[in-house]
Design a protein around this ligand. Structure first.
Ligand code: ATP
Ligand code: PRP
Ligand code: MG
Length: 280
């Protein structure tokens, strides 16, 4: 039975369960359930703290798990990213009191508070910056005001928490994070290929739409160049032999631009529909 770790609380928990559910797996009904078997799919789900998930997968006691890229890299375990899952996006950044810092060179000799000390120490070491790292469990934004640090390195999503604490970001992002599926390098446990294919299907269904339109036969090459699809668009004959119908998958985010450009070259009856599920 495939053993899968899923965040039990926090920023990634709901979206991770929703994605697995959309991929056809049973998910827990009660947030207090810690283990759940999905007998139809031969998968066992373990609901764990996202920070601990990398530890279990790294130790090989669980086959794969969903966690944040930042938490995974911070844990420094023997595992690898298998698939990016397209939710839980955040950046990991330096921040300091407004006006105090403008570049990371100014961090030399300073005290830096963070909950991600593994990640921060490797970043500083790679750049030869000597700063002392103060490891805190959370609410890191308060550490400077309370006198235990000069600056922080923390997760920033909207920036609201930083602003409220009178701080601002500086320097380039240390890391761009999102939820990822992690596994053991070289391992291929039974059922993992199906899990990955299903999750990819959910990603595609979320990111793509199906576009249909009619276009004059002599314009089909021009139109198809705008909608190349994943392999190649489907072109079908119409009753009126001067026209054809075209069907192709396109990125949801590009829908309106493509519709406008198709219309401009003469395509008509342009229809967009969502993809409920797919295997690519
Ligand atoms: N607004 C956000 N706040 C915190 N984490 C976020 C946010 N958006 C995305 N994430 C991601 O969620 C993960 C952190 O999850 P979570 O907040 O559950 O962990 P935690 O901070 O260790 O736990 P807790 O806050 O419950 O003590 C990281 O991968 C982080 O990048
Ligand atoms: O940029 P924002 O949208 O404000 O989000 C970022 C904040 O959210 C997280 O805190 P969380 O709620 O997980 O609390 P914690 O610091 O105790 O982990 C993170 O550590 C930041 O403090
Ligand atoms: Mg948190």
């Amino acid at each position: 039975m495939l053993r899968v770790a899923v965040p039990n609380k926090g920023a990634l928990s709901e979206s991770a369960s929703a994605m697995l559910n959309e991929a056809g797996y049973r998910q827990r009904r009660d947030t207090r359930e810690l283990v759940m078997v999905d007998p139809d799919n031969d998968v066992e789900f373990f609901f764990l703290r996202p920070r601990d998930i990398a530890v279990y997968v790294g130790a090989g006691t669980l086959d794969v798990g969903i966690t944040g890229r930042d938490l995974f890299l911070d844990a420094q375990v023997d595992a690898e990213e298998v698939l990016s899952l397209g939710f839980g996006a955040s950046t990991f950044r330096f921040a300091g009191p407004v006006g105090d810092f403008s570049s990371i060179d100014q961090l030399e000799g300073k005290r830096l508070a963070t909950s991600y000390d593994g990640l921060l120490r490797s970043y500083l070491a790679e750049r030869g910056i000597n700063a002392s790292v103060v490891r805190l469990d959370g609410a890191v934004e308060s550490s400077v005001r309370l006198g235990v640090a000069d600056a922080i390195a923390d997760v920033v999503e909207t920036g609201t928490t930083l602003r409220a604490a009178g701080m601002e970001i500086f320097g380039d992002p240390i890391l761009k994070s999102e939820a990822v599926l992690i596994g053991r390098p070289g391992a291929n446990p039974a059922g993992v290929d199906v899990l990955i294919r299903r999750l990819r299907g959910v990603l595609v269904a979320r990111q793509y739409v199906m576009m249909d339109y009619d276009v004059r036969k002599d314009l089909v090459e021009q139109a198809a160049a705008l909608t190349p699809g994943l392999e190649s668009p489907t072109v079908s004959p119409l009753q009126n032999s001067d026209w054809v119908a075209v069907r192709s998958m396109i990125k949801k985010s590009e829908t309106n631009r493509i519709m406008d450009e198709l219309y401009d070259i003469g395509a008509r009856a342009i229809l967009v529909s969502s993809i409920h599920a797919c295997r690519i």
